[in-house]
Design a protein around this ligand. Structure first.
Ligand SMILES: Cc1nn(C)cc1-c1nc2c(-c3cnn(Cc4ccccc4)c3)c(Cl)cnc2[nH]1
Length: 288
């Protein structure tokens, strides 16, 4: 239903601003309604002054806009458009009805295997779409995932994504937990722009969904050491299929990580995501 937000030129007067939805490192997000169509969206407001002192964050926002506006996938938050005034940049984003996934994860402390498997399948499908467009997200973590009204998840915040290959310098900040070994290790940064970095983060995400904390969570120094050695222990109560997929993603050598096609065919995913014949027939019978 993108029709309402078609005009190329947007301005603030077109929107009725609602409650604040959240705030990030740079900027805040508000619930908003486009007046002529009553279309509900999320308006992300970034102050140019903050971006200028953010050390190249302005380029990051430009990249976020350039990349996210060309993406269309049910598990990727849509960017419908953007505009700016003298002081601020505005991103018109899809409103995710159930908010930030990490808040659900903290509230439930960890997800049951069937729910974690469905989220990981949706992430793998979104990452497959991104990688086919040579986009690497590079910042997959619960804080960057939102949830739609039907419980489907949506990757957001493309501030760290890049078009591969790319020779932009990236200064990392925030949690180290999700960084793959090749981004932790000093030396050649070529691997920073290989989409296999997202496979590692998908493994960390799977672990955190099931266990409720990240696999290498520790002091910053120890986290780096443990990541560099893929030093993690998976609790014995995690199913053997789930253990298997985590171990096949958290592999030091990027080329040996389970490709997304094989993630989507993994027994753990099939077991929880492919509706059995009976369930499908039951659903069909009920829908008549
Ligand atoms: C919160 C919340 N509760 N419910 C019921 C729905 C939401 C909701 N939040 C969003 C949000 C949303 C809000 N904050 N953030 C984090 C943020 C903010 C500023 C810069 C970078 C990152 C995202 C969005 Cl974009 C898009 N849709 C959203 N929906």
């Amino acid at each position: 239903v993108d029709a309402p937000l078609v005009p190329k030129q947007f301005h603030l007067g077109m929107f009725e601003i609602g409650r604040p939805l959240g705030k990030g490192k740079f900027g805040r997000v508000y619930l908003a309604k486009e007046r002529s169509s009553n279309f509900i969206c999320a308006l992300k407001v970034l102050y140019k002054s903050e971006l200028q002192h953010g050390g190249g964050v302005e380029k990051q926002v430009r990249r976020e806009i350039e990349i996210q506006s060309n993406l269309r996938h049910p598990n990727i938050l849509k960017l419908y458009g953007h505009f700016h005034d003298s002081k601020r940049i505005f991103l018109i984003l899809e409103f995710a009805g159930k908010g930030e996934l990490y808040k659900h994860l903290r509230r439930e402390s960890r997800f049951p295997e069937w729910k974690a498997a469905q989220y990981i399948a949706q992430m793998a499908s979104a990452l497959q779409y991104l990688h086919r467009k040579h986009v690497i997200h590079r910042d997959i973590k619960p804080e960057n995932i939102l949830m739609g009204i039907h419980g489907e998840i949506k990757i957001s915040d493309f501030g760290w994504s890049v078009h591969a290959p790319n020779n932009r310098r990236a200064t990392l900040c925030g949690t180290l937990d999700y960084l793959p070994p090749e981004m932790i290790r000093s030396g050649s940064k070529d691997n920073w722009y290989n989409e296999k970095v997202d496979l590692w983060s998908l493994g960390v995400l799977t672990y955190e969904f099931l266990v409720g904390e990240a696999p290498f969570e520790d002091t910053p120094i120890m986290t780096q050491k443990r990541i560099a050695r893929a030093d993690m222990t998976i609790p014995e109560w995690v199913s053997k299929e789930a253990k298997d997929i985590i171990k096949r993603l958290l592999v030091l050598d990027p080329d040996k990580r389970l490709p997304l096609e094989e993630v989507l065919q993994h027994p753990w995913i099939i077991k929880h995501c492919v509706k059995g014949e009976r369930a499908a027939n039951r659903e069909k019978a009920l829908s008549k």
